[in-house]
Design a protein around this ligand. Sequence first.
Ligand code: SAH
Length: 244
Amino acid sequence: MDRFFIPPEWFEGDSVIFQNGPSYQLIHVLRKKPQDRVIALDNTGWEYEIEMERFTGDSVKGRILNKSRPDTEPVINLTLYQALLKADNFELVLQKGVELGAIDFRPFISERCVVRRPDENKIDRWQKIVREAAEQCGRTRLPAVHPVVIFREACDQSAGNPAIIFWEEEENTRLSSVLKEPFFRESDSISIFIGPEGGFPSSEVEYARSRGIEPVSLGRRVLRAETAAIAAMSAVLYEKGELG
Ligand code: SAH
């Protein structure tokens, strides 16, 4: 069944009024008719089965048939701090990150980024990619895409919570051993940092370390940034008991 994250204000008693993008989708793209059913999500963990009732010019009224709380959200809050990448790769990381189970995306600009600060439209587009991925893969929480910040600010944002910076030049510290440290093992939140195409200079890794972010290797091969992000998210989630 088609799924839609919608704002809580669209719920009224046992009705839902779809507006804007979702009503356009329902009327013009999916060509729904009265009595067809869809799922509405209010980003609180609940999902609602809705029967379409009335189609007016630009809105669709539906009736809530029942609600449930499916158990599809990960057991940890995984935040991906991702350096800006060339467009397609950044979008790929967002989409795959949502499917795998990240809950927050925090883009940043660092010294070796080749991409400049994106405009507002870009952020809207990223949010749309995230929403569509979340709807498609059955999530009940909508991951957030935060405003772009500079690298040091990103490090400061993560301070106090367990955080890992994946560094292509790290030779000693392995992900599996870091995740076994009590600080990581006992936390229900983890942040991970992935660099841009050009990687992290040691000065940035030193700053991260000063903020309590641990430099970690992802293995003996240098991965492309988008591969590294997907592999790192998968590995952390697997270690926490997600993904199988
Ligand atoms: N251009 C750089 C590589 C950058 S890879 C070089 O040739 O050295 C882009 C990002 O992916 C890195 O900054 C890091 O965050 C991550 N990454 C890729 N391979 C990694 C590895 N083996 N260990 C840890 N992080 C890695």
